[in-house]
Ligand binder design. Structure first.
Ligand code: CA
Length: 476
């Protein structure tokens, strides 16, 4: 009988947990690890210095990578806010968890990993951004922002009760996370989801960082002036350019008189990127404060802490802000994890991992059985430095929020280590193919070009296989 089938026949969760601890070599008497899952909103990995950012420094967040593991190839299955949160909770693709776009209301009656942890004896809490319209379920304690939330003096809903708080959103969310840890039931292990609003649009910094970068010029990214020459309709018709689609509210200032063309575009970029990075500077400061608190309270030891984002973001890349497209900058998301005794300090994992993997991973960390209908994989073997031979070599992506804000067309696709094949569908039928080794910035669509017929056919077969395996409905 293998471990998984044994769990299925075990009625009592407690026995399963004890066995799981033995299996992990921590001994039956060891206490179960605590879980802290910190998720920012729209924090691209190329705005973290541990990922090689050339535009900012994040010393406190980098500490998690230095003391733990950096996943250098973490991706999302649908690059948009509420859908990524629903994937986190369920471990299922958008077409199965009921939140394919930002419009749906999350069905809190369905299976989620916090509910399973709670049933196994974990105390569960959620603090900060939620944005799934329904009330949170499966949490012993929750204190969430209303809707998208605001940066200054935000209103929170604490266990059903609305209250406006004075202060800056990132400071407040960090305070609430520490308050929960102070007041928690110390007899139980805990799982805390600690979710920032920052650095989501419209990027209002706090007073402390309001003048950061004032006297420097942030360099434009290499693809800032991408002309989409080889791409299809989707790139040409989107509405998320720095040049034309940032609003006066986003920029918060009138452009200086006489600016036009490239100079005006550059001015807008500087306005945008500096506020975005100022919001991240506050996250980084607060993470320093939080990590110090974990050290002081003795919680750093038996706790896994993960920092990530709900997706990546265009930081002027391809001339854009926002996310949604399957191109690298928004497909990727940062993921760094510290887990003393289980993750070796200063390690890097290059395997392709997904936001789909977070739910199964956190269940596995707690020694709780991973349900068969979750579609991700536990990252615990990777965290422990093992190299599973059957790890995924491709993954499926799908974005469906069109027509909608930013006008990014519906598309799905497959990414392997080297190639990416994208199909724009619904009201069009266009394909794009990129060779990520030869063309890491994805500037040359080679779909239909001579010499790629065999590669394209192989990727299409893989796409069909994945769509079937993942129970994706017919195109719509
Ligand atoms: Ca987001």
């Amino acid at each position: 009988m293998n471990r998984r089938s044994f769990f299925k026949t075990t009625a009592a969760g407690t026995l399963g947990v004890l066995l799981a601890e033995t299996a992990h070599g921590t001994g039956a008497g060891a206490s179960r690890p605590n879980i802290i899952f910190v998720m920012a909103d729209d924090h691209a990995s190329h705005a973290l210095s541990c990922y090689g950012s050339v535009i900012n420094k994040t010393p406190h967040l980098d500490r998690i990578a230095e003391e733990g593991m950096r996943f250098e190839n973490c991706f999302v299955t649908n690059s948009i806010c509420a859908p990524s949160r629903a994937v986190l909770l369920t471990g299922k693709y958008s077409h199965l968890n009921g939140v394919p776009t930002n419009r749906e209301r999350f069905d809190g009656g369905q299976q989620t990993f916090p509910k399973l942890l709670r049933a196994a004896g974990y105390q569960t809490a959620l603090v900060g951004k939620w944005h799934l319209k329904s009330e949170p379920t499966g949490f012993d304690y929750w204190n969430i922002l209303t809707g998208q939330g605001v940066y200054h003096d935000p209103t929170f809903i604490e266990m059903g009760e609305r209250k406006r708080h004075r202060g800056y959103v990132t400071d407040l969310i960090t305070d609430f996370a520490m308050d929960f840890l102070e007041r928690r039931d110390r007899e139980k292990p805990f799982c805390l989801l600690f979710h920032h609003k920052a650095p989501h649009r419209r990027w209002f910094p706090d007073d402390k960082h309001a003048h950061l970068y004032e006297v420097v010029d942030i360099p434009e990214p290499a693809t800032f002036n991408d002309d989409y020459a080889t791409r299809g309709t989707a790139a040409h018709t989107q509405e998320m350019t720095v040049e034309f689609h940032l609003t006066p509210e986003d920029l918060k200032q009138e452009p200086p008189e006489g600016l036009s063309g490239a100079a005006l575009k550059h001015w807008k970029y500087e306005r945008y990127i500096k506020d975005y990075l100022r919001c991240i500077a506050s996250i980084d400061d607060n993470m320093g404060r939080f990590l110090d608190y974990l050290d002081r309270s003795g919680l750093a030891e038996n706790t896994i802490i993960i920092y990530t984002s709900d997706q990546g973001f265009y930081l002027g890349d391809h001339g854009w802000f926002d996310k949604r497209f399957m191109y690298e900058e928004s497909l990727r998301t940062p993921m760094i994890a510290r887990f003393p005794g289980r993750i070796k300090a200063g390690t890097v994992c290059g395997k392709m991992v997904l936001n789909l993997d977070w739910a199964p991973t956190l269940l596995d960390v707690a020694g709780v059985e991973i349900p068969d209908d979750m579609q991700g994989k536990s990252l615990v073997p990777l965290m422990e430095g093992r190299r599973p031979r059957d790890w995924r070599s491709s993954f499926y992506y799908q974005y469906t929020e069109y027509p909608s804000v930013h006008a990014v067309r519906r598309h799905y696709g497959v990414r392997t280590k080297r190639y990416k094949l994208i199909h724009f569908y619904h009201d069009m039928d266009e394909w794009e193919l990129y060779d990520l080794k030869k063309d890491p910035h994805e500037l040359k669509n080679i779909y239909g070009k001579p010499g790629y017929a065999r590669i394209t056919a192989g990727l299409k077969r893989e796409l069909t296989r994945l769509r079937k395996e993942l129970k994706v409905p017919a195109e719509g």
